[in-house]
Design a binder for this molecule. Structure first.
Ligand code: KIV
Length: 284
């Protein structure tokens, strides 16, 4: 079978021009990367949502650059033919440009990412410019930006007022002008996401931002219901319930071990009879 080739930023722009939706999903390790690639997603995001869905934190803030490098490397091993984007974690791109570049370098060199994602608007445009000018593709992230959750006052829909809408549009333009090749719009009203999408020449990738974005992204654990404590959210659609499948499978295993019905004969290895006789025959 012919191996598929990873998308390029130029192809993604062409997809926008041609009205072909871009599919993105998060992944965090070898199996999630591999299954996502096999399912045919266009772009994988190693999101810092790994803090919530994999590492058990209550926000993305504790996620470190080491965490991101480790999980990006594992994901890329499973999805070598997919365009993989890695998140720059909290406060790793707000200090010196040198420190930012070191972080970007680690995600690309050690992690194997093809691009990085950064949250923020005009205030990070200079950083986005410097990183793209260094040859690294950047995805922007606007709207509900989880790294600023405490400043935003919670996880709420963005862009309902005209002031918010104007600010988001000008931020999107600033990030595009700085050289980003795509922008994630998270929890932005449908109308505003459509307007921003129309105004930009780079693709928008929506999450909770309506159907008019150029692409969609969902968190792996949300779309598969993988985990036990995530409350259903309006913008998520569950396409499977693997959490339930896993719980039931492990529950069955526990039952069978307690009942000594596992391992059964077909799971068991035996010695030849004469060896058994030689070792134990006289003692029985
Ligand atoms: O970290 C993440 O998973 C993200 C997506 C929600 C876009 O940023």
């Amino acid at each position: 079978m012919e191996q598929r080739k990873a998308l390029t930023t130029a192809k993604m722009r062409k997809m926008k021009q041609d009205g072909v939706p871009i599919t993105m999903v998060t992944a965090y390790d070898y199996p999630s990367g591999r299954l996502s690639e096999e399912a045919g997603v266009d772009v994988i995001l190693v999101g810092d949502s790994l803090g919530n869905v994999v590492l058990g934190y209550d926000s993305t803030l504790p996620v470190t650059l080491d965490d991101m490098v480790y999980h990006t490397r594992a994901t890329v091993r499973g999805a070598a033919n997919t365009f993989v984007v890695a998140d720059m974690p909290f406060l790793t791109y707000h200090g010196s440009l040198d420190a930012t570049m070191q972080g970007v370098g680690r995600l690309m060199r050690e992690g194997g990412a093809k691009a990085v994602k950064m949250e923020g608007g005009a205030e990070i445009a200079a950083t986005v410019r410097a990183v793209t000018e260094a040859g690294v593709p950047v995805v922007g992230h606007l709207g509900l930006t989880p790294q600023s959750v405490h400043q935003l006052g919670g996880f709420r829909v963005q862009g309902r007022s005209s002031e918010q809408a104007e600010k988001l549009l000008s931020d999107a333009k600033a990030i595009e002008e700085a050289g980003a090749f795509a922008i994630v719009l998270e929890l932005v009203t449908d109308e505003l996401a459509a307007w921003i999408t129309k105004q930009l020449s780079i693709p928008t990738i929506g999450i909770g931002s309506g159907v008019h974005c150029d692409g969609q992204v969902l968190v792996y654990h949300d779309l598969l219901q993988y985990g036990s404590d995530s409350a259903p959210r309006k913008f998520v659609k569950a396409y499977a319930n693997i959490g339930e499948t896993i719980r039931a499978g492990i529950g069955e295993y526990v039952k069978e071990v307690k009942a000594r019905t596992f391992p059964a004969q077909e799971n068991t290895f035996h010695m030849d009879n004469d060896v058994v006789q030689y070792l134990y025959g006289d003692k029985e």
